[in-house]
Design a binder for this molecule. Structure first.
Ligand code: PMP
Length: 766
């Protein structure tokens, strides 16, 4: 206090009574003998001179703007500085700033706010944001733990919450924030905002909003965060929080109308702020439990968060604004049951619908899908939307080209050649002649025709468990189908099947070279024993429908050798695993140390746009150019080429192959831990972001746990994570997400899996 008194005297020529103020920071009130009051805020190391200048400038700007909101201006020192410094006797330096005193009672202490006051709060904040539209300051371009735009950073704190119900609510809330708000924020209007209109900082006098204090958290942010933060506090402890929130939003809109997108992200931003409060409290409790100031809002924030968790996002949104996403009708369309009924009338029942409770999806973004109630789902199964659902770059590329030219490959246009050239650069030398078609099935069909033209033969060798497409010929070439339910048990006469190189369940165990070579030789044996002249070996470099199986080392090399010895060509079906998914390489076959003669691409090639490709050598392509024209009406059209090129750009620019490698390692580690904890998991396998785990009732007999796998998938769906089963025994859980997912998404998945697996252990088998 003495040092402070000295500082007041020397820096401001002031003296009086000094009283410490409660609050998160070290603040003091100075009352002079004339009855003038000031607030002095000590600055710790985190508060730079630049930040104090920001506080000075922002208060001056607001004051000059005429907004009906009193803010404390900084009083300059006698030497004209915003920041005061004083070296105390012990050599300790005191730093800080002196502020005007703003009268009023905090809104938190002022009793139940009237509707009028609620509206006023919104309006004043809207006016404040308008006044600051043009304001900027270098120090405002910062981030910290309270930065709402960065609220996803708190997902790491979820495991600190020990209460299972609360942990799940927080997990959901940050998942919702990450899916519904975070991806849109960059495109929203930004400005410097106060960023902390909480129940202590908003001051009320005579039933009206009087002032706003504490600009210590102000920063450059999406402007709508100002409103979201205020909402998160004003709705605390209210019997009808959304009604209160709606008044504040309405008031805000009178001053600063929100864009559709700002409205759309508002509920998720509010959840982001509540999550920040409870997550920060959880982190701080680790440091010091005896610090009551840190936990003042915690319990109240939990209550509100749990309330929101129990609601559908669409109701949260409608409660706040009577308006939801611009791309979504406020009136719910058909319920999933109604949709299902109509679908059954007009869509063949041979097409299945995923999950016991089918999902009615209305929107996709990045790694997330949203259902008709606005609920986000982490999509861990869609390897088609490789660079993320509705990636803006891909959407734009397609839209732009659609407005300029769409024709077919009988004309010359640079899109086709540019794309073909670019695609070939991803492949080993020699693989550079491209054919473009519309689906993986068509691509495999064409690959088989190329092989037949080149070899003059028809015989085909495939791997057991494989699926290559939906045409008659490919069904007859896909053991997954012809040996599966309602299959004929046998493929087409020219088709021969070699065993899956399954190091877990198959004849040869392990991933070592010995097993790989043994399986490779079995392939050779089939070639030898079959009474057929072989044209081709068609296989996936890593088996998908077969159950996410990575062939043991040496398998593909040995198999290719045998295939080539009989004069057949090697076709690698990269439809599932290509384009960087395996992490270490761009193509799956590169992990197997082989170079195929024909490469088949599909699914991720157009990020959801229906396109596919076959790439081969000049030798093979020339043999196919025998006079009969090959033509695909849509294959290689300018729109597809533009989209395909954009996909390659995004993979490169966003470094998605490396991401698949890094995140794949994290996923593998998490799944490995689960395997240590749960006997039900018999095997974890895969590469990059193409992984799976196999459920067995006994690690000795390997009895498949298909029922449990099905339950697991359905329960994960209820927790907002989409998975699916695969493998001939339907007991493998497959994971092949869009490559843009985050570490937090994976950590959340592992948390949910742990709970679901522990519940499954106690489920009686039906
Ligand atoms: N090959 C593989 C490995 C596949 O997984 C699929 C589809 N699941 C296809 C080919 C056929 O592709 P499409 O459905 O695009 O015809």
């Amino acid at each position: 206090m003495r040092a402070l008194a000295e500082l007041f005297a020397s820096e401001y020529g002031l003296s009086g009574r000094i009283v410490p103020l409660g609050g998160e920071n070290e603040n003091y009130q100075l009352e002079t003998s004339e009855g003038y009051r000031y607030v002095f805020k000590l600055a710790d190391d985190q508060v730079s001179g630049e930040l104090i200048d920001l506080e000075y400038q922002i208060a001056e700007r607001i004051h000059a703007s005429g907004v009906e909101l009193k803010v404390p201006r900084i009083i300059k020192t006698r030497s004209g500085k915003a920041e005061a410094r004083q070296t105390a006797m012990e050599g300790v330096e005191l730093r800080g700033r002196l502020l005007e005193f703003v009268r009023g009672v905090s809104v938190g202490d002022a009793g139940e706010p009237s509707k009028e006051l609620q509206r006023e709060l919104g309006a004043r904040l809207g006016e404040l944001n308008i006044a600051l539209t043009e304001f900027d300051h270098p120090a405002a371009h910062r981030t910290n733990s309270w930065d709402l735009a960065a609220a996803a950073q708190h997902r790491a704190a979820v495991p600190l919450v020990k209460d299972p119900g609360r942990q799940r609510a927080l997990d959901w809330s940050l998942h919702y924030f990450s899916a519904a708000a975070a991806p849109e924020l960059d495109r929203l209007p930004h400005s410097v905002i106060h960023a902390d209109a909480n129940d202590e900082n908003v001051l009320v006098a005579k039933g009206h909003v009087q002032g706003l204090v504490d600009f210590g958290d102000c920063l450059y942010n999406p402007t709508v965060c100002e409103l979201a933060i205020a909402l998160a506090y004003i709705m605390l402890e209210k019997s009808d929080p959304l009604a209160v929130g709606a008044e504040v939003v309405a008031g805000y809109q009178q001053a600063r109308p929100l864009s559709d997108m700002e409205i759309a992200v508002l509920p998720a931003l509010v959840c982001g702020r509540l999550s920040t409060t409870v997550a920060m409290a959880a982190v701080r409790r680790q440091i010091d439990t005896d610090h009551p100031r840190w936990f003042v809002t915690e319990e109240r924030a939990w209550c509100l968060l749990e309330k929101f968790y129990a609601m559908a996002p669409v109701d949260l949104a409608l409660g706040l604004t009577t308006k939801i996403r611009p791309d979504q009708d406020a009136e719910p369309a058909l319920t999933p049951d109604e949709l299902r009924e109509r679908r059954d009338r007009h869509i063949g029942r041979a097409l299945s619908v995923a999950y016991d409770r089918p999902l009615s999806v209305v929107r996709g973004r990045g790694q997330y899908l949203f259902d008709d109630r606005g609920q986000p789902y982490l999509d861990l199964v869609n390897n088609v939307c490789h660079v993320g659902h509705c990636h803006p770059r891909i959407v734009e590329a397609g839209q732009k080209q659609m407005a300029v030219l769409n024709t077919n490959t009988r004309y010359l246009y640079d899109g086709l050649t540019n794309y073909a050239e670019r695609l070939s650069t991803t492949l080993p030398d020699g693989l550079e002649v491209c054919f473009f078609v519309n689906s993986g099935s068509e691509a495999n069909e064409l690959a088989l025709r190329l092989a037949a033209a080149f070899t003059g033969r028809e015989g085909l060798l495939v791997l057991d468990g494989g699926y290559y497409g939906n045409t008659s010929r490919l069904i007859g070439s896909s053991p997954y189908k012809f040996r599966g339910e309602s299959g004929q048990g046998q493929g087409a006469p020219s088709v021969h099947v070699a065993p899956m190189p399954d190091g877990y369940r198959g004849k040869h165990k392990g991933q070592g070279r010995e097993a790989g070579v043994a399986y490779g030789n079995e392939t050779g044996q089939v070639l030898k024993e079959a009474d057929t002249e072989f044209a081709a070996f068609l296989a996936e470099p890593i088996l998908s429908c077969g159950g996410q199986i990575v062939p043991p080392d040496g398998f593909m090399e040995t198999a290719f050798q045998h295939v080539r010895e009989v004069g057949a060509v090697c076709i690698m079906d990269e439809v599932q695993v290509g384009f960087g998914r395996v992490g270490t390489h761009f193509w799956g076959f590169e992990t197997q140390n082989v170079i195929p003669d024909i490469v088949v691409m599909g699914k991720p090639i157009g990020n959801g746009h229906p396109m596919a490709a076959v790439v081969t050598t000049h030798e093979i392509a020339d043999a196919f150019a025998n006079g009969m024209e090959f033509f695909s009406t849509f294959g290689g059209n300018p729109i597809s080429c533009a989209i395909g090129l954009a996909v390659l750009d995004v993979i490169e620019e966003e470094q998605l192959q490396k991401r698949a490698l890094d995140l794949g390692a994290r996923l593998r580690e998490g799944l490995g831990q689960l395997m240590d904890e749960f006997l039900l998991i018999g095997d974890v396998r895969g590469v990059g972001l193409f992984q799976g785990f196999e459920l067995v009732r006994s690690r000795t007999t390997l009895e498949p746990a298909a029922l449990e796998a099905n339950r697991l998938v359905n329960r994960m769906r209820d927790r907002g994570v989409l998975l699916s089963t695969d493998g001939p025994l339907h007991n493998v859980i497959k994971i092949k997400p869009p490559l843009v997912l985050t570490e937090d998404d994976l950590d959340m998945t592992i948390r949910h899996l742990r709970v679901v697996l522990s519940n499954l252990m106690y489920t009686k088998n039906a």
